[in-house]
Design a protein around this ligand. Structure first.
Ligand code: ADP
Ligand code: MG
Ligand code: ZN
Length: 717
């Protein structure tokens, strides 16, 4: 038998040797034993059922959810001289009929069937007369509710097999299955005394990394530019984001396509084909794209948003590098992604238990984004592998420069505070107590009386929240599922509390991604360069980089606002202000930007109306000082706005300027401690380079003033 198998391998497929696991799986099937084969993407699963199908007498049936792939496989087999056919919804009823008749005459070695066809009567009748030695189920994780890609039609498989006159050997295959899903596959497909073969989930050639706090659009722009000759997929969470990114990349001159369920069939097919045939380099897509795409030379997969589970992530990211060459898998994380995914879970109607499971998976996914351990190790352990090396030398956490840091004391402080709060609160509350916050709720609950109150006051709130996330990622803390997660200690935390174990983490020495300059910044830099040349001075004499960055982040809409940018003194304002302002205003209207300074607070029309002469009210006393004096008289922002007939945003900026210049501002007048904690947590993730992403990740009611106040108060910019 062995010789025969090797002969088939060479004769039909042209290979001299098996890939890892293939021979064992094939002989197991040929020995008439049910089989579950778990091999990574590109591991060669198809061969594991195709070869037995060729060796065994009769017609083997392959069940696969991937209609497009089915056709490709059948075409490939036919071209290799193997009699194969498929039955799916893309055939006309007449074609189905013909195929069934041919099948009944035993003309095929392999017959592919889409799972939703199983229930049809014609299919059932066929089986009564057909000799079927093997049923192979590809993408078998689809049978499990607990997987990431549950297909109800897969439930029909087991009953269907049961009604067959003679039970064939059953073999199931998948690339992504947690231990729980593996169990489910065996149970739901009734794999009798099934043997499970796991060749491992590792994809050694893939480089994994998670980037936080980067400007996603710019990052993608730069990445695609730097890899213009390579094929890549960019996954985004929603159709709208796909459309936005697609338009953006197209406008930048890239050969991009898009794919999501909201597009016409024609456009979807066009994008898919053009991508497969290398006419398009990059495709922007929702997770609807990729199933059944066998394209082997995809060099990178960027996730613009965090997906809902590691299973989805690994499957999507795993589409890179099927040919075994290097592939890059980059996940761009932002806290807003967590909100998006929770929202999506809430939107989907499902049973309570299932929903909890979804939240649990989401938490594992979030932990992946926060872990400082080897990312590969994290993934492989998630899929149930054991004894994985601590350093893979091929992921962002292993290749980045890092040092080890002992955080045992910090961990103990956090754990004991959680204990004293009876493990009934989420990270915001716990961190507020540790910080020693004077927030109303902390006092109302009497937490300011706890011995752990304020024991981490030397850290910022954001740093405490970060530590909590980290300890959760490392399994010391369990964050409960659901909308309002609660922190609980795990068993792993106990020895730490008793000082019997230490906690060490890796700290990145250098930020992984260089901060990418914004397009506007680049334009402002060009202008500066021009002026500098004309004036024969070094560019920094005109404005420092930091000033240009501030301009591009705040988008001042008039000279008055321009004057509040650090580094823009009166002389420079008069000399260069208007030129820089023109560039900013043009850029803002080209890109339909509502200035981040005002964010969504003002109607967009303001950009166009922005050119106003410098206010003539200056009689020696600077405007912001006047504001400050009024504030000290006890007037509110609103009062000052009305009295001075200035825009609210202007007055807000006056306050910030005062603070920067050392004039005392009571920040509590502008924001509560809870708001501050929330804002800091977000800033910690997304940085302060731009305000809009911070605003987006926060509840609606938190305005720009509060955000700017936090930045100013904590000297974060
Ligand atoms: P999977 O379904 O596990 O993702 P495929 O069955 O599509 O993987 O196989 C991936 C690639 O590996 C295909 O191009 C296939 O031709 C190739 N392949 C399969 N088995 C072998 C082998 N023994 N030697 C060399 N290449 C192989
Ligand atoms: Mg496959
Ligand atoms: Zn690693």
């Amino acid at each position: 038998m062995k010789e025969k198998v090797e002969l088939v391998l060479k004769k039909y497929f042209g290979y001299d040797a098996f890939k890892p696991g293939q021979d064992k799986i094939i002989s197991n099937i040929l020995d008439q034993r049910d089989t579950l084969g778990i091999m990574p993407t590109g591991g060669g699963k198809s061969l594991c059922y195709q070869i037995p199908a060729l060796v065994l007498p009769g017609t083997s049936i392959i069940i696969s959810p991937l209609i497009a792939l089915m056709k490709d496989q059948v075409d490939a087999l036919t071209s290799q001289g193997i009699a194969a056919a498929y039955i799916s919804s893309i055939l006309t009823p007449k074609e189905v009929q013909e195929t069934l008749i041919n099948a009944a005459h035993g003309q095929y070695k392999l017959l592919y069937i889409a799972p939703e066809r199983l229930a049809s009567e014609s299919c059932s009748n066929l089986l009564l007369n057909l000799q079927v030695p093997l049923i192979a189920i590809d993408e078998a994780h689809c049978v499990s509710q607990w997987g990431h890609d549950f297909r109800p039609s897969y439930e029909a498989i087991a009953p269907w097999i049961k009604q067959m006159p003679r039970r064939p050997v059953v073999a199931a295959f998948t690339a992504t299955a947690t231990p729980r899903v593996q169990e489910d596959i065996v149970k739901l497909l009734h794999l009798e005394k099934g043997t499970t073969f796991i060749t491992g989930f590792d994809r050694k050639s893939l480089h994994f990394s998670v980037l936080k706090g980067v400007d996603k659009k710019q990052y993608i722009d730069q990445y695609v530019k730097g890899h213009a000759e390579q094929a890549g997929i960019i996954y985004a969470a929603t159709r709208k984001e796909v459309d936005d990114l697609y338009k953006y990349l197209s406008s930048q001159g890239y050969k991009a396509g898009r794919y999501h369920a909201g597009l016409s069939n024609e456009e979807r097919n066009y994008s898919q084909d053009a991508f497969i045939y290398d006419e398009l380099r990059v495709i922007v897509a929702t997770n609807a794209f990729g199933l059944g795409i066998d394209k082997s030379n995809i060099r990178y997969v960027i996730h613009h948003n965090m997906p809902r589970s590691l299973e989805s992530y690994y499957q999507e990211a795993g589409r890179a590098g099927r040919d075994g060459d290097a592939g890059e898998c980059i996940l761009l994380f932002s806290p807003a992604d967590v909100h998006i995914q929770k929202f999506l879970i809430e939107q989907t109607v499902m049973a309570e238990e299932r929903e909890q499971e979804e939240y649990r998976k989401l938490q594992d996914m979030i932990d992946y984004c926060h872990t400082t351990r080897c990312l590969r190790q994290y993934i492989l352990e998630y899929f149930g592998e054991k004894n994985i090396a601590d350093n893979c030398e091929n992921c962002g956490n292993c290749t980045g420069k890092y040092e080890l840091k002992d955080i045992t004391i910090e961990a103990q402080k956090i754990f004991s505070c959680m204990m004293r709060m009876n493990q009934q609160y989420g990270s915001t509350m716990v961190s507020s107590v540790l910080k020693g916050s004077r927030a109303k709720r902390v006092r109302e609950m009497g937490f300011d009386k706890l011995s752990t109150y304020g024991i981490m006051s030397d850290l910022t709130l954001a740093a405490i929240v970060d530590l909590i996330n980290l300890l959760a990622a490392e399994d010391y803390i369990h964050i409960t599922e659901g909308k309002y997660p609660i922190l609980r200690l795990t068993r792993k935390a106990v020895p730490v509390l008793k000082s019997q174990a230490e906690v060490t983490i890796r700290i990145q020495k250098e930020p992984e991604a260089a901060v990418i300059d914004s397009q506007l910044f680049l334009r402002l830099r060009d202008l500066r360069h021009e002026i500098a040349e004309k004036e024969q001075v070094p560019p920094y004499v005109i404005f420092h980089d930091s000033t240009l960055k501030e301009m591009s982040a705040r988008l001042p809409a008039d000279l008055n606002q321009m004057s509040s940018i650090p580094g823009v003194g009166e002389i420079k304002l008069a000399k260069y202000g208007q030129q820089f302002l023109d560039v900013i205003i043009n850029f803002a209207s080209e890109n339909e930007l509502t200035a981040s300074l005002t964010g969504g607070e003002k109607p967009p029309g303001r950009v166009a109306a922005a050119k106003q002469p410098v206010s003539k009210e200056k009689n020696k006393i600077p405007s912001y000082i006047i504001t400050w004096e009024m504030y000290n008289e006890g007037k509110s922002i609103e009062d000052i706005v009305n009295e001075r007939e200035l825009k609210e945003i202007t007055i807000q900026d006056h306050f910030l300027r005062c603070a920067r210049e050392g004039l005392k501002i009571e920040w509590d007048d502008f924001l509560s401690e809870e708001e501050e904690a929330e804002i800091l947590a977000v800033i910690n993730e997304v940085g302060t380079e731009k305000l809009a992403p911070i605003k987006a990740a926060l509840p609606e009611e938190i305005g720009y003033m509060a955000i700017k106040a936090v930045i100013c108060k904590n000297k974060l910019a």
